[in-house]
Design a protein around this ligand. Structure first.
Ligand SMILES: Nc1nc2c(ncn2[C@@H]2O[C@H](COP(=O)(O)OP(=O)(O)OP(=O)(O)O)[C@@H](O)[C@H]2O)c(=O)[nH]1
Ligand SMILES: [Ca+2]
Length: 517
Protein backbone atom coordinates (compact mmCIF):
# COMPACT_ATOMS: atom_id res chain seq x y z
CA UNK A 1 0.00 0.00 0.00
CA UNK A 2 1.33 3.39 -0.85
CA UNK A 3 1.78 5.73 2.06
CA UNK A 4 1.82 9.32 0.74
CA UNK A 5 3.56 10.95 3.70
CA UNK A 6 6.66 8.75 3.40
CA UNK A 7 7.04 9.59 -0.30
CA UNK A 8 6.82 13.30 0.49
CA UNK A 9 9.57 12.96 3.15
CA UNK A 10 12.00 11.17 0.79
CA UNK A 11 11.70 13.62 -2.14
CA UNK A 12 12.31 16.69 0.07
CA UNK A 13 10.32 18.89 -2.29
CA UNK A 14 7.53 21.09 -0.91
CA UNK A 15 4.49 18.85 -1.17
CA UNK A 16 1.42 20.10 -2.83
CA UNK A 17 -1.59 19.58 -0.62
CA UNK A 18 -3.71 16.82 -2.11
CA UNK A 19 -7.49 17.15 -2.44
CA UNK A 20 -8.20 14.39 0.06
CA UNK A 21 -5.93 16.08 2.56
CA UNK A 22 -7.68 19.41 2.06
CA UNK A 23 -11.06 17.75 2.58
CA UNK A 24 -9.83 16.01 5.74
CA UNK A 25 -8.52 19.30 7.06
CA UNK A 26 -11.85 21.03 6.43
CA UNK A 27 -13.68 18.10 8.01
CA UNK A 28 -11.41 18.28 11.06
CA UNK A 29 -12.01 22.00 11.35
CA UNK A 30 -15.78 21.58 11.01
CA UNK A 31 -15.80 18.77 13.60
CA UNK A 32 -13.96 20.97 16.09
CA UNK A 33 -16.47 23.76 15.43
CA UNK A 34 -19.33 21.28 15.91
CA UNK A 35 -17.87 20.09 19.23
CA UNK A 36 -17.55 23.67 20.49
CA UNK A 37 -21.10 24.45 19.38
CA UNK A 38 -22.38 21.27 21.04
CA UNK A 39 -20.81 22.20 24.38
CA UNK A 40 -22.05 25.80 24.14
CA UNK A 41 -25.62 24.69 23.40
CA UNK A 42 -25.60 22.07 26.19
CA UNK A 43 -24.40 24.59 28.75
CA UNK A 44 -26.73 27.43 27.77
CA UNK A 45 -29.82 25.32 27.08
CA UNK A 46 -29.64 23.49 30.41
CA UNK A 47 -28.68 26.43 32.58
CA UNK A 48 -31.07 26.41 35.61
CA UNK A 49 -33.77 29.04 35.17
CA UNK A 50 -33.94 31.87 37.72
CA UNK A 51 -35.67 30.59 40.89
CA UNK A 52 -39.41 31.12 41.22
CA UNK A 53 -40.04 30.82 44.97
CA UNK A 54 -43.34 29.79 46.52
CA UNK A 55 -44.34 30.18 50.17
CA UNK A 56 -46.65 28.48 52.66
CA UNK A 57 -47.56 29.28 56.29
CA UNK A 58 -48.57 26.85 59.04
CA UNK A 59 -49.51 27.82 62.59
CA UNK A 60 -48.88 25.13 65.20
CA UNK A 61 -51.42 25.96 67.90
CA UNK A 62 -49.98 23.78 70.67
CA UNK A 63 -51.16 23.44 74.26
CA UNK A 64 -48.34 25.58 75.68
CA UNK A 65 -47.95 28.15 72.88
CA UNK A 66 -48.45 28.84 69.17
CA UNK A 67 -45.64 28.91 66.61
CA UNK A 68 -45.97 30.34 63.11
CA UNK A 69 -43.78 28.73 60.44
CA UNK A 70 -43.03 30.12 56.98
CA UNK A 71 -41.84 27.59 54.39
CA UNK A 72 -40.44 28.22 50.93
CA UNK A 73 -39.68 26.04 47.91
CA UNK A 74 -38.75 26.49 44.25
CA UNK A 75 -41.99 26.38 42.23
CA UNK A 76 -40.61 24.18 39.47
CA UNK A 77 -39.42 21.51 41.92
CA UNK A 78 -42.62 21.19 43.91
CA UNK A 79 -42.73 17.38 43.78
CA UNK A 80 -39.10 16.71 44.59
CA UNK A 81 -38.25 15.53 48.06
CA UNK A 82 -36.35 17.76 50.48
CA UNK A 83 -36.90 21.03 48.60
CA UNK A 84 -39.30 22.70 51.06
CA UNK A 85 -37.52 24.45 53.87
CA UNK A 86 -38.41 26.60 56.82
CA UNK A 87 -37.39 30.22 56.43
CA UNK A 88 -39.03 31.75 59.50
CA UNK A 89 -40.45 30.76 62.86
CA UNK A 90 -42.33 33.20 65.05
CA UNK A 91 -43.26 32.33 68.63
CA UNK A 92 -46.62 33.88 69.55
CA UNK A 93 -46.53 35.80 72.84
CA UNK A 94 -48.66 34.45 75.68
CA UNK A 95 -50.34 31.06 76.18
CA UNK A 96 -51.56 28.58 73.60
CA UNK A 97 -54.97 29.34 72.06
CA UNK A 98 -56.67 26.89 74.46
CA UNK A 99 -55.53 29.23 77.25
CA UNK A 100 -58.09 31.81 76.01
CA UNK A 101 -61.12 29.76 77.09
CA UNK A 102 -62.21 32.61 79.40
CA UNK A 103 -61.58 35.38 76.85
CA UNK A 104 -62.17 33.57 73.55
CA UNK A 105 -62.28 36.79 71.50
CA UNK A 106 -58.62 37.43 72.38
CA UNK A 107 -57.34 34.16 70.87
CA UNK A 108 -57.26 35.50 67.28
CA UNK A 109 -55.69 38.91 68.01
CA UNK A 110 -52.87 37.16 69.92
CA UNK A 111 -51.57 35.94 66.52
CA UNK A 112 -51.43 39.41 64.93
CA UNK A 113 -47.76 40.14 65.59
CA UNK A 114 -46.50 36.89 64.04
CA UNK A 115 -48.79 37.42 61.03
CA UNK A 116 -47.19 40.83 60.50
CA UNK A 117 -43.79 39.15 60.63
CA UNK A 118 -44.89 36.70 57.92
CA UNK A 119 -46.08 39.66 55.79
CA UNK A 120 -42.62 41.11 56.13
CA UNK A 121 -40.80 37.87 55.18
CA UNK A 122 -42.96 37.00 52.14
CA UNK A 123 -42.81 39.42 49.17
CA UNK A 124 -46.11 41.37 49.06
CA UNK A 125 -46.94 40.38 45.48
CA UNK A 126 -47.06 36.76 46.66
CA UNK A 127 -49.22 37.28 49.77
CA UNK A 128 -52.48 36.41 48.04
CA UNK A 129 -51.27 33.12 46.64
CA UNK A 130 -49.60 31.98 49.89
CA UNK A 131 -51.69 29.32 51.68
CA UNK A 132 -52.07 29.67 55.45
CA UNK A 133 -53.20 26.82 57.71
CA UNK A 134 -53.71 26.53 61.46
CA UNK A 135 -53.68 23.17 63.20
CA UNK A 136 -54.50 22.96 66.89
CA UNK A 137 -53.31 20.00 68.94
CA UNK A 138 -53.82 18.49 72.40
CA UNK A 139 -54.61 21.71 74.31
CA UNK A 140 -57.63 22.31 72.06
CA UNK A 141 -58.54 18.59 72.11
CA UNK A 142 -58.75 18.85 75.89
CA UNK A 143 -60.67 22.14 75.79
CA UNK A 144 -63.23 20.71 73.41
CA UNK A 145 -63.74 17.72 75.76
CA UNK A 146 -64.08 20.09 78.70
CA UNK A 147 -66.06 22.92 77.07
CA UNK A 148 -66.98 22.41 73.39
CA UNK A 149 -68.59 25.82 73.13
CA UNK A 150 -65.45 27.63 74.31
CA UNK A 151 -63.28 25.58 71.91
CA UNK A 152 -65.55 26.53 68.96
CA UNK A 153 -65.40 30.21 69.94
CA UNK A 154 -61.61 30.11 70.15
CA UNK A 155 -61.43 28.59 66.66
CA UNK A 156 -63.86 31.21 65.28
CA UNK A 157 -61.78 34.02 66.74
CA UNK A 158 -58.62 32.53 65.23
CA UNK A 159 -60.30 32.04 61.85
CA UNK A 160 -61.51 35.67 61.82
CA UNK A 161 -57.97 36.96 62.37
CA UNK A 162 -56.44 34.62 59.77
CA UNK A 163 -59.07 35.61 57.19
CA UNK A 164 -58.25 39.26 57.72
CA UNK A 165 -54.56 38.63 56.96
CA UNK A 166 -53.51 39.14 53.29
CA UNK A 167 -52.80 35.42 52.77
CA UNK A 168 -54.86 32.62 51.22
CA UNK A 169 -56.73 31.19 54.25
CA UNK A 170 -57.07 27.39 54.01
CA UNK A 171 -58.53 26.45 57.38
CA UNK A 172 -58.15 26.42 61.15
CA UNK A 173 -59.02 23.15 62.85
CA UNK A 174 -58.14 20.72 65.61
CA UNK A 175 -56.06 17.92 64.12
CA UNK A 176 -56.40 14.39 65.51
CA UNK A 177 -53.64 12.67 67.48
CA UNK A 178 -53.26 10.22 64.57
CA UNK A 179 -52.68 13.08 62.13
CA UNK A 180 -50.23 14.72 64.52
CA UNK A 181 -48.20 11.50 64.75
CA UNK A 182 -48.37 10.80 61.01
CA UNK A 183 -47.38 14.33 59.91
CA UNK A 184 -44.46 14.35 62.38
CA UNK A 185 -43.25 11.09 60.82
CA UNK A 186 -43.68 12.49 57.29
CA UNK A 187 -41.80 15.68 58.25
CA UNK A 188 -38.69 13.99 59.57
CA UNK A 189 -38.49 11.38 56.83
CA UNK A 190 -39.00 14.05 54.15
CA UNK A 191 -36.26 16.20 55.68
CA UNK A 192 -33.93 13.22 56.11
CA UNK A 193 -34.49 12.33 52.43
CA UNK A 194 -35.78 8.86 53.30
CA UNK A 195 -38.69 8.74 50.88
CA UNK A 196 -36.93 9.06 47.58
CA UNK A 197 -33.76 7.14 47.06
CA UNK A 198 -31.85 7.27 43.88
CA UNK A 199 -29.42 4.89 42.20
CA UNK A 200 -26.89 3.37 44.56
CA UNK A 201 -28.69 4.15 47.79
CA UNK A 202 -31.77 2.32 46.53
CA UNK A 203 -29.72 -0.70 45.51
CA UNK A 204 -27.79 -0.73 48.78
CA UNK A 205 -31.00 -0.60 50.78
CA UNK A 206 -32.61 -3.42 48.84
CA UNK A 207 -29.48 -5.56 49.25
CA UNK A 208 -29.14 -4.98 52.97
CA UNK A 209 -32.93 -4.84 53.47
CA UNK A 210 -32.41 -2.15 56.10
CA UNK A 211 -35.20 -0.04 57.48
CA UNK A 212 -35.68 2.92 55.20
CA UNK A 213 -37.59 5.28 57.41
CA UNK A 214 -37.03 6.70 60.86
CA UNK A 215 -39.65 6.54 63.61
CA UNK A 216 -40.90 9.77 65.22
CA UNK A 217 -41.25 10.56 68.92
CA UNK A 218 -42.95 13.84 69.78
CA UNK A 219 -43.37 15.08 73.36
CA UNK A 220 -45.66 18.09 73.67
CA UNK A 221 -47.17 19.79 76.68
CA UNK A 222 -50.46 17.88 76.62
CA UNK A 223 -49.89 14.82 74.41
CA UNK A 224 -47.12 12.60 73.14
CA UNK A 225 -46.92 10.63 69.89
CA UNK A 226 -45.01 7.52 68.79
CA UNK A 227 -44.96 6.64 65.07
CA UNK A 228 -42.87 4.10 63.15
CA UNK A 229 -42.92 1.39 60.49
CA UNK A 230 -43.06 -1.93 62.38
CA UNK A 231 -41.31 -5.05 61.17
CA UNK A 232 -44.31 -7.33 61.16
CA UNK A 233 -47.64 -6.38 59.68
CA UNK A 234 -50.40 -6.90 62.20
CA UNK A 235 -54.01 -5.84 62.07
CA UNK A 236 -54.59 -6.27 65.81
CA UNK A 237 -55.45 -2.64 66.35
CA UNK A 238 -56.50 -1.04 63.03
CA UNK A 239 -56.97 2.43 64.58
CA UNK A 240 -53.19 2.52 65.15
CA UNK A 241 -52.29 1.66 61.55
CA UNK A 242 -52.02 4.11 58.68
CA UNK A 243 -51.31 3.38 55.07
CA UNK A 244 -49.40 5.76 52.79
CA UNK A 245 -48.21 5.54 49.23
CA UNK A 246 -45.40 8.07 48.78
CA UNK A 247 -43.11 8.43 45.76
CA UNK A 248 -44.21 5.04 44.43
CA UNK A 249 -43.67 3.10 47.66
CA UNK A 250 -46.16 1.69 50.19
CA UNK A 251 -45.77 2.37 53.91
CA UNK A 252 -47.76 0.78 56.70
CA UNK A 253 -47.18 2.99 59.71
CA UNK A 254 -48.03 2.43 63.37
CA UNK A 255 -48.99 5.57 65.32
CA UNK A 256 -50.47 6.42 68.68
CA UNK A 257 -51.05 9.72 70.45
CA UNK A 258 -51.38 9.62 74.25
CA UNK A 259 -53.59 12.49 75.34
CA UNK A 260 -52.65 13.70 78.86
CA UNK A 261 -49.11 12.31 78.50
CA UNK A 262 -47.45 15.50 77.29
CA UNK A 263 -45.03 16.71 79.94
CA UNK A 264 -47.26 19.43 81.45
CA UNK A 265 -50.32 17.20 81.74
CA UNK A 266 -48.15 14.35 83.05
CA UNK A 267 -46.98 16.64 85.86
CA UNK A 268 -50.59 17.58 86.63
CA UNK A 269 -51.47 13.87 86.70
CA UNK A 270 -48.57 13.14 89.04
CA UNK A 271 -49.51 15.96 91.43
CA UNK A 272 -53.19 14.92 91.38
CA UNK A 273 -52.08 11.38 92.26
CA UNK A 274 -49.81 12.64 95.07
CA UNK A 275 -52.73 14.62 96.50
CA UNK A 276 -54.81 11.48 96.97
CA UNK A 277 -52.76 10.36 99.96
CA UNK A 278 -51.96 13.77 101.49
CA UNK A 279 -53.17 14.80 104.92
CA UNK A 280 -52.07 18.41 104.82
CA UNK A 281 -51.43 20.92 102.06
CA UNK A 282 -47.67 20.51 101.99
CA UNK A 283 -46.08 18.12 99.48
CA UNK A 284 -42.42 17.06 99.62
CA UNK A 285 -41.83 16.43 95.91
CA UNK A 286 -38.76 14.39 94.83
CA UNK A 287 -39.10 15.70 91.23
CA UNK A 288 -38.16 19.29 92.13
CA UNK A 289 -34.83 20.56 93.43
CA UNK A 290 -34.18 20.91 97.13
CA UNK A 291 -35.07 24.45 98.19
CA UNK A 292 -37.58 24.93 95.34
CA UNK A 293 -41.11 25.99 96.28
CA UNK A 294 -44.29 26.32 94.25
CA UNK A 295 -47.90 27.02 95.19
CA UNK A 296 -50.65 25.45 93.09
CA UNK A 297 -54.40 26.11 93.16
CA UNK A 298 -56.12 22.80 93.70
CA UNK A 299 -59.07 23.87 91.56
CA UNK A 300 -56.69 24.52 88.62
CA UNK A 301 -55.10 21.11 89.05
CA UNK A 302 -58.42 19.32 88.57
CA UNK A 303 -59.79 21.50 85.76
CA UNK A 304 -58.29 19.42 82.98
CA UNK A 305 -59.98 16.20 81.79
CA UNK A 306 -56.62 14.49 82.47
CA UNK A 307 -57.10 14.79 86.26
CA UNK A 308 -60.84 15.30 86.67
CA UNK A 309 -61.44 11.63 87.58
CA UNK A 310 -59.24 12.09 90.65
CA UNK A 311 -61.11 15.16 91.85
CA UNK A 312 -62.47 15.02 95.40
CA UNK A 313 -62.99 17.29 98.38
CA UNK A 314 -59.80 18.46 100.07
CA UNK A 315 -59.67 20.35 103.34
CA UNK A 316 -57.33 22.94 101.73
CA UNK A 317 -57.50 24.98 98.52
CA UNK A 318 -53.82 25.35 97.76
CA UNK A 319 -50.99 22.87 97.41
CA UNK A 320 -47.52 23.86 98.66
CA UNK A 321 -44.86 21.96 96.78
CA UNK A 322 -41.40 21.71 98.37
CA UNK A 323 -38.56 20.20 96.35
CA UNK A 324 -36.69 17.13 97.62
CA UNK A 325 -34.37 16.50 94.63
CA UNK A 326 -34.43 12.71 94.70
CA UNK A 327 -34.35 11.21 91.20
CA UNK A 328 -34.89 7.57 92.25
CA UNK A 329 -37.96 8.46 94.29
CA UNK A 330 -39.21 10.69 91.46
CA UNK A 331 -38.83 7.84 88.94
CA UNK A 332 -40.87 5.51 91.14
CA UNK A 333 -43.45 8.24 91.54
CA UNK A 334 -43.67 8.96 87.78
CA UNK A 335 -43.69 5.25 86.87
CA UNK A 336 -47.14 4.96 88.44
CA UNK A 337 -48.56 6.97 85.51
CA UNK A 338 -47.93 4.01 83.20
CA UNK A 339 -50.43 1.26 83.84
CA UNK A 340 -49.04 -1.97 82.43
CA UNK A 341 -51.44 -4.42 84.08
CA UNK A 342 -53.87 -5.02 81.25
CA UNK A 343 -52.98 -5.73 77.60
CA UNK A 344 -55.61 -7.10 75.20
CA UNK A 345 -53.05 -7.40 72.35
CA UNK A 346 -49.88 -9.39 71.70
CA UNK A 347 -47.86 -6.46 73.08
CA UNK A 348 -48.70 -3.08 74.60
CA UNK A 349 -47.12 0.17 75.65
CA UNK A 350 -49.32 1.20 78.60
CA UNK A 351 -52.99 1.75 79.47
CA UNK A 352 -53.86 -1.25 77.26
CA UNK A 353 -52.68 0.42 74.04
CA UNK A 354 -51.25 -1.78 71.30
CA UNK A 355 -47.54 -1.29 70.51
CA UNK A 356 -45.73 -3.56 68.04
CA UNK A 357 -42.04 -4.36 68.72
CA UNK A 358 -39.90 -1.24 68.27
CA UNK A 359 -38.11 -1.07 64.96
CA UNK A 360 -35.27 1.01 63.52
CA UNK A 361 -34.05 4.47 64.40
CA UNK A 362 -36.18 7.15 65.98
CA UNK A 363 -36.04 10.93 65.76
CA UNK A 364 -37.19 12.42 69.09
CA UNK A 365 -38.19 16.08 69.04
CA UNK A 366 -40.11 18.87 70.85
CA UNK A 367 -39.72 18.45 74.64
CA UNK A 368 -37.67 15.26 74.15
CA UNK A 369 -35.12 17.51 72.51
CA UNK A 370 -35.50 20.61 74.76
CA UNK A 371 -34.82 18.55 77.89
CA UNK A 372 -32.07 16.31 76.54
CA UNK A 373 -30.37 19.28 74.93
CA UNK A 374 -30.36 21.18 78.22
CA UNK A 375 -28.76 18.14 79.88
CA UNK A 376 -26.11 17.94 77.09
CA UNK A 377 -27.31 14.49 76.05
CA UNK A 378 -27.99 15.06 72.35
CA UNK A 379 -24.53 14.46 70.85
CA UNK A 380 -24.72 12.47 67.60
CA UNK A 381 -20.96 11.77 67.58
CA UNK A 382 -20.97 10.07 70.99
CA UNK A 383 -24.57 9.28 71.90
CA UNK A 384 -24.90 8.69 75.64
CA UNK A 385 -25.81 5.20 76.85
CA UNK A 386 -28.99 4.78 78.88
CA UNK A 387 -27.18 4.43 82.24
CA UNK A 388 -25.21 7.63 81.57
CA UNK A 389 -28.45 9.48 80.76
CA UNK A 390 -30.05 8.29 84.01
CA UNK A 391 -26.92 9.24 85.98
CA UNK A 392 -26.93 12.75 84.43
CA UNK A 393 -30.58 13.34 85.33
CA UNK A 394 -29.96 11.96 88.83
CA UNK A 395 -27.07 14.30 89.54
CA UNK A 396 -28.98 17.27 88.07
CA UNK A 397 -31.98 16.55 90.32
CA UNK A 398 -29.65 16.37 93.34
CA UNK A 399 -28.39 19.93 92.85
CA UNK A 400 -29.97 22.47 95.21
CA UNK A 401 -32.30 25.00 93.58
CA UNK A 402 -30.27 28.10 94.54
CA UNK A 403 -27.22 26.58 92.79
CA UNK A 404 -29.19 25.65 89.65
CA UNK A 405 -30.78 29.09 89.50
CA UNK A 406 -27.40 30.81 89.71
CA UNK A 407 -25.78 28.51 87.16
CA UNK A 408 -28.60 28.95 84.60
CA UNK A 409 -29.90 32.44 85.40
CA UNK A 410 -30.64 33.07 81.71
CA UNK A 411 -33.19 30.23 81.48
CA UNK A 412 -36.89 30.86 82.24
CA UNK A 413 -37.68 29.68 85.77
CA UNK A 414 -40.70 27.69 84.53
CA UNK A 415 -38.47 25.62 82.20
CA UNK A 416 -35.51 25.36 84.58
CA UNK A 417 -37.52 24.17 87.57
CA UNK A 418 -39.05 21.33 85.54
CA UNK A 419 -36.00 19.80 83.83
CA UNK A 420 -35.56 17.34 86.73
CA UNK A 421 -39.17 16.14 86.52
CA UNK A 422 -39.04 16.16 82.70
CA UNK A 423 -35.81 14.13 82.60
CA UNK A 424 -37.32 11.51 84.90
CA UNK A 425 -40.58 11.55 82.95
CA UNK A 426 -38.85 11.10 79.56
CA UNK A 427 -36.83 8.15 80.89
CA UNK A 428 -39.92 6.61 82.40
CA UNK A 429 -42.00 7.10 79.22
CA UNK A 430 -39.32 5.63 76.97
CA UNK A 431 -38.18 2.83 79.30
CA UNK A 432 -41.32 1.85 81.15
CA UNK A 433 -43.90 3.09 78.66
CA UNK A 434 -42.41 2.04 75.32
CA UNK A 435 -39.87 -0.56 76.52
CA UNK A 436 -36.70 1.02 75.14
CA UNK A 437 -33.71 -0.76 76.68
CA UNK A 438 -29.95 -0.11 76.84
CA UNK A 439 -29.71 -2.11 73.58
CA UNK A 440 -31.86 0.16 71.44
CA UNK A 441 -31.61 3.42 73.42
CA UNK A 442 -28.87 4.73 71.15
CA UNK A 443 -31.18 4.37 68.16
CA UNK A 444 -33.04 7.40 69.51
CA UNK A 445 -31.69 10.60 67.96
CA UNK A 446 -32.72 13.74 69.81
CA UNK A 447 -33.15 16.43 67.21
CA UNK A 448 -34.45 19.98 67.23
CA UNK A 449 -33.90 20.86 63.60
CA UNK A 450 -33.07 18.99 60.41
CA UNK A 451 -31.24 21.46 58.19
CA UNK A 452 -33.01 24.76 58.69
CA UNK A 453 -36.40 23.22 59.50
CA UNK A 454 -37.79 22.41 62.95
CA UNK A 455 -38.77 18.79 63.52
CA UNK A 456 -42.53 18.72 64.12
CA UNK A 457 -45.83 17.93 62.42
CA UNK A 458 -46.33 21.26 60.59
CA UNK A 459 -44.19 20.65 57.50
CA UNK A 460 -45.78 17.22 56.89
CA UNK A 461 -49.22 18.81 57.27
CA UNK A 462 -48.47 21.44 54.64
CA UNK A 463 -46.85 18.93 52.25
CA UNK A 464 -49.98 16.82 52.46
CA UNK A 465 -52.50 19.64 52.07
CA UNK A 466 -50.69 21.16 49.12
CA UNK A 467 -50.30 17.71 47.48
CA UNK A 468 -46.56 18.17 47.43
CA UNK A 469 -45.81 14.51 48.12
CA UNK A 470 -46.96 12.52 45.10
CA UNK A 471 -48.14 8.92 45.46
CA UNK A 472 -46.06 7.89 42.45
CA UNK A 473 -42.45 8.68 41.76
CA UNK A 474 -42.40 11.61 39.33
CA UNK A 475 -40.57 11.02 36.05
CA UNK A 476 -37.19 12.68 36.38
CA UNK A 477 -34.33 12.96 33.87
CA UNK A 478 -31.93 10.05 34.48
CA UNK A 479 -29.01 12.45 34.85
CA UNK A 480 -28.62 15.58 36.93
CA UNK A 481 -27.77 18.84 35.16
CA UNK A 482 -24.10 18.60 36.21
CA UNK A 483 -23.68 15.00 35.10
CA UNK A 484 -25.44 15.76 31.80
CA UNK A 485 -23.12 18.64 30.92
CA UNK A 486 -20.10 16.66 32.12
CA UNK A 487 -21.02 13.72 29.92
CA UNK A 488 -21.59 15.99 26.91
CA UNK A 489 -18.16 17.57 27.38
CA UNK A 490 -16.49 14.19 27.82
CA UNK A 491 -18.13 12.71 24.69
CA UNK A 492 -17.20 15.77 22.66
CA UNK A 493 -13.58 15.59 23.79
CA UNK A 494 -13.41 11.89 22.93
CA UNK A 495 -14.91 12.62 19.50
CA UNK A 496 -12.42 15.44 18.85
CA UNK A 497 -9.49 13.25 19.96
CA UNK A 498 -10.58 10.39 17.68
CA UNK A 499 -10.82 12.76 14.70
CA UNK A 500 -7.44 14.28 15.45
CA UNK A 501 -5.89 10.85 15.84
CA UNK A 502 -7.41 9.70 12.54
CA UNK A 503 -6.08 12.75 10.77
CA UNK A 504 -2.59 12.24 12.21
CA UNK A 505 -2.63 8.60 11.24
CA UNK A 506 -3.51 9.16 7.59
CA UNK A 507 -1.77 12.49 6.96
CA UNK A 508 1.23 12.52 9.21
CA UNK A 509 2.49 16.14 9.29
CA UNK A 510 6.11 16.85 8.31
CA UNK A 511 7.34 17.37 11.84
CA UNK A 512 6.42 13.78 12.71
CA UNK A 513 8.00 12.29 9.60
CA UNK A 514 11.70 12.95 10.37
CA UNK A 515 12.11 10.06 12.80
CA UNK A 516 10.62 7.61 10.36
CA UNK A 517 13.00 8.27 7.48
N1 LIG B 1 -36.97 24.02 77.93
C1 LIG B 1 -37.78 24.40 76.99
N2 LIG B 1 -39.04 23.98 77.05
C2 LIG B 1 -39.88 24.38 76.08
C3 LIG B 1 -39.45 25.22 75.01
N3 LIG B 1 -40.51 25.44 74.22
C4 LIG B 1 -41.54 24.78 74.77
N4 LIG B 1 -41.16 24.14 75.89
C5 LIG B 1 -41.95 23.30 76.78
O1 LIG B 1 -41.88 21.97 76.28
C6 LIG B 1 -43.15 21.34 76.32
C7 LIG B 1 -43.53 20.93 74.95
O2 LIG B 1 -43.58 22.07 74.12
P1 LIG B 1 -44.25 21.97 72.70
O3 LIG B 1 -43.63 20.85 71.98
O4 LIG B 1 -44.22 23.32 72.11
O5 LIG B 1 -45.72 21.53 73.12
P2 LIG B 1 -47.09 22.03 72.53
O6 LIG B 1 -47.02 21.92 71.07
O7 LIG B 1 -47.44 23.36 73.08
O8 LIG B 1 -48.10 20.96 73.15
P3 LIG B 1 -48.97 19.84 72.42
O9 LIG B 1 -50.25 20.50 72.00
O10 LIG B 1 -49.19 18.79 73.46
O11 LIG B 1 -48.18 19.33 71.27
C8 LIG B 1 -44.08 22.34 76.98
O12 LIG B 1 -44.11 22.02 78.34
C9 LIG B 1 -43.41 23.68 76.78
O13 LIG B 1 -43.70 24.56 77.82
C10 LIG B 1 -38.10 25.63 75.00
O14 LIG B 1 -37.64 26.36 74.11
N5 LIG B 1 -37.32 25.19 76.01
CA1 LIG C 1 -46.80 20.08 69.70
Amino acid sequence: MEIPVLTAGVTGTKPKMSWTRKILLILGFLSTLAVIALIAVAVTQNKPLPKNIKYGIVLDAGSSHTNLYVYEWPAEKENDTGVVQQVEVCKVEGPGISGYSHATEKAGPSLAQCLRQAEYVIPSKQHQETPIYLGATAGMRLLSLENKNAADKVLSSVEKTLRSAPFNFQGARIISGQEEGAYGWITINYLLGNFKQSGWKKLLHSLKSISETSGALDLGGASTQITFVPNELSSESPENLLYFRLYGKDYLVYTHSFLCYGKDQALQQKLAEDLQTMENSSLLDPCFHQGYQRTINISDLFKTPCTSAKKKQFPFSQLYVQGEGDYQKCRRNVQKLFNKTNCPYSSCSFNGIYLPPLQGDFGAFSAFYFVMNFLNLTSEQSPAALDKVAATVESFCARPWHEVKTAYHQIKEKYLSEYCFSGAYILSLLENGYDFTENNWQRIHFLGKIGSSDAGWTLGYMLNLTNMIPAEEPAVPPLSYGSYVGLMVLCSLVLASVLLFAWLLFHKPKCLQKGIV
